[in-house]
Design a protein around this ligand. Sequence first.
Ligand SMILES: [Fe+2]
Length: 224
Amino acid sequence: MKIFKIAALSAVFAAQFALAQFKQTPLPYAYNALEGNIDAQTMEIHYSKHAAAYVANFNKAIAGTPQEKQTLFQILSKAGTLPMAVRNNAGGHYNHELFWTVLTPEKNTQPSAKLAKAINDTFGSMEAFKEKMAKAGADRFGSGWAWLSVDKNGKLFVSSTPNQDNPLMDVVEEKGTPIFGIDVWEHAYYLKYQNKRADYLTAIWNVTNWKEISRRYDEALSKK
Ligand SMILES: [Fe+2]
């Protein structure tokens, strides 16, 4: 009887595991690695609770549907035709997976010469770009994201999306491949910054991973 129970439980576990198509990648640094700019408690709750819930709910929302066998990019590209639970949680999963990688405890990472030139050519200067990005984040009413993306012509642009939408989705006005994103949901900053979202948007530049953003820039251009 006991053996049957174990076998049955194993089968249930295996079935659940098999359905868990999408997974979080491990955080590439410790929860406290960005302390001073993003506190350890915020990082821990953000990664292990909020982002974990997005991927769990995403897997639940696509279980038994054709999306279960599709890539995240395929799903995002037609998010507007899918149930809200898929759109919100697929976006939540993609956005957070990107977010962890574009932050780093490494000090003073620099954009590649190619990306630095594109930023200067597009926005006038690095400072002007940062101001535009901060404004996109500050002006987002409620929850959402500020993005730096590459459009279909290989041009950089800054945009903002509500909730967990992103520039890869069919539902957004300004479409492209995001190479940098700032989470402006209160869960990303409230414990340390409370209502001062602008201070969080200033501090983020101290932990921005320009190496990864440059890598994503090259990757986005190579797909054009
Ligand atoms: Fe978040």
